[in-house]
Design a protein around this ligand. Structure first.
Ligand SMILES: [Cu+2]
Length: 346
């Protein structure tokens, strides 16, 4: 029935059909494998790199709450919130921060030496207890800094008996998670008799250093280098920058002074883990009050070391117009954001 040519044609056709079938099978299988691999790698990447937001926090982004502070004689009533608020700590990088009042660092609190602080914490977090540890006060920490349960309020009373530039932070276990996720700030207790250099000061600002780590990752916070080291400012006077601790905050919103001004910075390093070596490029500090206590007066310092939680008042005169950068002189941290600008004009 078939001649040799016919048989050859049938064999050729069969080979082509078999090859096509094999190829389509390979392609189909191949595509499936690749897309499965892709799905798996995306899942793996998001598990490894993506934020691990606590389930109860996922849908929460509380609006910042203005600080509520009222004075009645030497009694000061300070009402603050613990709340969950998104903060863009670097371009396009949102951090679902655990905060006081929706800011990280939290709002600046200023009281006078000898005041009685009546502090109320409204814990708006539905899932985790929070607390307040003011470094400015003496109290039994298990009582004065006790946890406030989710959706509850707690009130605590203590004296601000020592002047200074103090850290405050959430003290709930594990403390590192609460501080590194954003629950830190500064309380200034103004000295009764002021600082001996008060009359010389023309401009004064508050500068805070803090670090950020991989989102809510206690292992990373414990064992690794910070991802960002940042400087922020809290408005001490109307019209001053009031920023979060974000990369470039004080480059985008520089501080300002005039030639010949004596400038005072109230500084604090809230950490949680790293030292700060605070330095202003192009000048040196005529007067320094370590931890902001007038009794700790030093002169002629180039750099002021701030341990984690440590503060200082530093004062210097800007003699020429220009842009004076201030940094932590640990320059690996400048690479991660630890720099701001003071612009001095005629
Ligand atoms: Cu907390």
């Amino acid at each position: 029935m078939f001649n040799r040519r016919g048989i050859l044609a049938i064999i050729m056709m069969s080979v082509v059909v078999l090859l096509l079938a094999a190829c389509s099978g390979e392609n189909g299988e191949g595509q499936k494998d690749v897309s499965e691999d892709l799905d798996a790698s995306v899942e793996k990447a998001s598990a490894e790199e993506g934020p691990e937001v606590i389930k109860a926090h996922e849908a929460i982004n509380h609006e910042p709450t203005p600080l509520d502070i009222e004075r009645d004689g030497s009694d000061v009533y300070v009402n603050m919130t613990a709340q969950i608020t998104d903060i863009e700590i670097d371009d396009g990088y949102n951090y679902k921060a655990w905060t006081f009042n929706g800011e990280a660092p939290g709002p600046l609190v200023v009281v006078n030496e000898g005041d009685t602080i009546h502090f109320t914490l409204d814990n708006m977090d539905p899932s985790i207890p929070h607390s307040m540890d003011f470094h400015a006060v003496h109290t039994a920490p298990d009582k004065g800094f006790a946890d406030v349960a989710p959706n509850e309020e707690g009130t605590f009373v203590y004296e601000a008996s020592n002047p200074g530039v103090f850290m405050y932070h959430c003290g709930t276990d594990p403390v590192l998670s609460h501080i590194a996720n954003g629950m830190h700030g500064v309380i200034i207790v103004q000295p009764d008799d002021g600082y001996p250099t008060d009359d010389e000061v023309d401009q004064e600002y508050v500068i805070i250093q803090n670090e950020w780590y991989k989102y809510n990752d206690l292992d990373n916070m414990t064992n690794e280098e910070p991802s960002q080291v940042v400087l922020s400012s809290k408005a001490l006077h109307d019209g001053q920058p009031n920023t979060n601790g974000t990369v470039g905050a004080l480059i985008d919103e520089p501080l300002k002074a005039k030639v010949g001004d004596k400038v005072r910075f109230y500084i604090n390093n809230v950490g949680p883990n790293e030292m700060s070596s605070f330095h202003v490029i192009g000048t040196l500090f005529d007067d320094v009050y370590i931890d902001g206590n007038p009794a700790n007066h030093q002169e002629g310092m180039q750099t002021v070391g701030l341990p984690a939680s440590g503060g200082a008042v530093v004062e210097f005169i800007v003699k020429e117009p220009g842009t004076y950068k201030f940094v932590t002189h640990q320059f690996n941290h400048v690479q991660k954001g630890g720099v701001g600008k003071l612009i001095v004009t005629e």
